[in-house]
Design a protein around this ligand. Structure first.
Ligand code: SUG
Length: 448
């Protein structure tokens, strides 16, 4: 049976803004308080989805969340009508209002970890929603994420959903941003590669000194257990703490994998040689031949990698067996990175083509092409069981573009977040969206 990898991209929500909320994420911190353009952000994301669809890839869409999250504000003690809750929060605790308004659910690489059916004990596709508990504004995403994923992948014969791990730092889980899967073919059993930043319970693992390590080993191990993965199909590796301290807050800022290939920076991991050997041996047992493509620090520094988001790219398989890299425009703007990419694609290796996308609105918050997508490998039967409303088509692209044009503002600053009208605009837009994507009621205002 034929299988493929489907990229589900997060649709940017109507409150996209630069809140400076993510300590350790250089772009989020340095663009704090700038004015944003939610309309442009959503259209840039949709243009990427359309381009991938036009190239022949199966593309899906993942809905944004209701913001401001008045329920979250109520649980922090603000009360009265929704408008009063927003007004009180704006007066008494602006940082909490900003956090409750973040459109951060757009970075769906952090929505969940997904294991394809070929890897799991019960032969179903498994999803574990990420608790994202390192940052308050992200920790409030998972209840709605779970409902949206449930509405997209509803058939329990094929899809199994797990609730987010316990909401404590020891089980910090950032989803697929620290998870990669290697395989010979998407439909065959593969090797799932979990990268963690620290261990919560074992002091032998070093930890970064400056910035937080968001993903713990214990969280990754729990996800692997929940998904029923076998030991010979799993590899754990630790991120180099020194790159976390340079702004690599997720592994997908320093490495990307697809098929049998891992494209990574020389400084990305600890114990790199041992890790590569384990990946190679385990993939060989699954019939695959592991290919490591290392970018030397002499050609691209960690700083250039963080600035350009070279590794936050999408590595996609082409029909002839070669690969294509989808990179953000910031790679083209960086002379050394662009030079490296020219050399890479002309060397006759696996990666033959680079396509550049303008995702500046998301990039300024530290979200590149890879952050914006959640990969789900599916066989034909499973793909047929996905809610067809969320699979991108030319008419759906048209409807979503019109929907954005109709509902989104083209400028947003911190002051705008205190406008109670914004909540109403967001709800009106999302109500219409659930009809366009045929999701049913998934938002708090629809179910409470
Ligand atoms: O969690 N930025 C996100 C970016 C997530 C990128 N995802 C991956 N690398 N997979 C984060 O740090 C910034 C929001 C603000 O500052 O307004 C933010 O949440």
């Amino acid at each position: 049976m034929k299988s493929c990898e489907v990229n589900f991209d997060g649709l940017v929500g109507p409150t996209h803004n630069y809140g400076g909320l993510s300590y350790g994420n250089v772009a989020s911190q340095s663009n704090s308080q700038q004015s944003s353009n939610p309309k442009e952000a959503a259209l840039q994301g949709l243009a990427k989805m359309k381009a991938l669809m036009d190239m022949g890839f199966v593309q899906g869409v993942l809905a944004p969340q209701e913001r401001p999250d008045v329920g979250a504000l109520r649980s922090l003690g603000f009360s009265g009508t929704d408008a009063q809750v927003i007004e009180q929060a704006a007066k008494q605790a602006m940082p909490l209002l900003v956090a409750s308004c973040s459109a951060s659910s757009m970075w769906v690489a952090n929505a969940a970890t997904v294991s394809p059916s070929a890897d799991t004990a019960d032969g179903r596709v498994h999803f574990t929603a990420a608790n994202l508990n390192c940052k308050y504004h992200r920790s409030i995403e998972h209840p709605t994420t779970s409902r949206v994923l449930g509405a997209m992948f509803a058939d329990q014969k094929h899809f199994a959903h797990h609730a987010a791990l316990p909401a404590v730092a020891q089980f910090g889980d950032e989803g697929a941003a620290n998870h990669t899967r290697f395989c010979r073919d998407y439909g065959e059993a593969g090797v799932e590669f979990f990268v963690f930043g620290r261990s919560a319970f074992d002091t032998r693992y070093p930890a970064p000194q400056k910035y937080p390590a968001r993903q713990t080993l214990e969280a990754s191990q729990a996800v692997a257990r929940l998904h029923g993965l076998s030991d010979d199909g799993v590899v754990y590796a630790q991120q180099n703490p020194s790159v976390i301290d340079q702004g690599v807050f997720h592994n997908d800022v320093i490495a990307v994998g697809n098929g049998e290939a891992l494209f990574y920076h020389e400084d990305a991991f600890l114990d790199t040689e041992q890790m590569l050997a384990e990946l190679s041996t385990k993939l060989a047992k699954r019939g695959g031949q592991f290919k490591a493509i290392c970018v030397p620090r002499s050609q691209v520094s960690v700083e250039d990698a963080v600035r350009s988001y070279l590794f936050n790219s999408q590595l996609l398989s082409r029909a002839d067996g070669s690969m294509l890299l989808i990179v953000p425009q910031e790679c083209q703007n960086n002379e050394r990175v662009w030079q490296y990419l020219q050399t890479l694609t002309s060397s006759g290796g696996l990666i033959r083509e680079v396509k550049v996308f303008d995702l500046k609105q998301s990039m300024q918050n530290g979200g590149g092409p890879a952050c914006l997508r959640l990969r789900v490998a599916l066989n034909e039967t499973e793909l047929a069981a996905v809610n067809p409303g969320v699979i991108m088509t030319a008419p759906l692209y048209g409807s979503l573009t019109q929907w954005v044009e109709k509902h989104y503002r083209d400028r947003m600053t911190e002051n705008d977040l205190a406008d109670p009208q914004l909540l109403l605009e967001c709800r009106t837009a999302l109500d219409e969206l659930t009809q366009i994507l045929k999701l049913g009621a998934v938002y708090p205002f629809q179910i409470n």
